[in-house]
Design a protein around this ligand. Structure first.
Ligand SMILES: [Mg+2]
Length: 243
């Protein structure tokens, strides 16, 4: 595993990376001590820690309360920086993809739709046999929706504005204080994190893939629990260096 130093800009995905994936997105459990661990790292890194997730900002704040960390939410479409300032890419027209996703979920048990500010997610973890049906319907809806693209994650189809990704999110954050001038490090678990891995490695930084599956990332960690152990040891190192 790479080393987190006082000069690292640390970017962390949430689901499957910091927390184990649950049967439903709202059922994830944040392990005891994780919010304190993140708050400690945020402080030790001079504020250069951000959560980079496909989730809604309000979800991330809910799970990581009371700490409000810097966040890129909705796959790079939204940002909240350390000073509390919010910014968002222009909201795409989600009407057609929302309509199709909601119609599918109304017809088939086990599908769950999340209408976000800039994206729509169709979860099929409870109905994996419907993967192909969901893919075909959403791909068709995306074709009728200029400016949108379809991404597949773990048991989810995400429809979001083309041109934003976790890669563009990290690149944008790296242009701003306190991230600028640091060496980026990103940990993620899913196919949607690959753009982030490419971004940090392209900037001379390091990437960690959590769990199995093909990845561009040069480092690998078995599970969210193993990643949390490494973060904990890294924080102790950082605090030891400063003491
Ligand atoms: Mg994830």
């Amino acid at each position: 595993m790479p080393r987190i130093t006082a000069q690292t800009a640390l970017f962390l995905d949430f689901d499957g990376t910091l927390v184990d994936i649950a049967a439903q997105p709202d059922l994830v459990q944040v392990a005891p001590g994780v919010t304190d661990l993140l708050a400690g790292l945020h402080e030790a890194l001079g504020g250069a820690l951000a959560i980079v997730s496909g989730r809604k900002l309000s979800d991330l704040d809910h799970f990581l309360a009371p700490k409000l960390l810097p966040v890129s939410a909705e796959h790079g479409a939204q940002f909240r920086l350390g000073d509390g300032s919010l910014s968002q890419a222009a909201s795409p027209n989600l009407h057609e993809v929302s309509r199709v996703a909601l119609a599918l979920a109304a017809q088939h048990a086990g599908l769950k739709v999340e209408i976000k500010t800039t994206a729509v997610s169709l979860h099929y973890r409870q109905a994996p046999q419907l993967e192909l049906l969901c893919l075909e319907a959403m791909a068709e809806a995306v074709k009728r929706s200029p400016g949108l693209e379809l991404m597949q994650g773990k048991c989810v189809f995400d429809i979001k504005a083309s041109g934003v990704s976790k890669g563009s999110a990290i690149a944008a954050l790296m242009g701003q204080s306190p991230f600028a001038g640091r060496l980026p490090l990103f940990a993620g678990d899913d196919t949607t994190d690959e753009a982030g891995f490419a971004s940090v490695q392209g900037l001379g930084g390091e990437a960690i893939k959590v769990g199995e599956g093909h990845s561009l990332a040069e480092h690998r960690c078995a599970s969210p629990s193993e990643l949390r152990q490494w973060l904990k040891a890294s924080l102790q190192d950082l605090q030891g260096v400063r003491a």
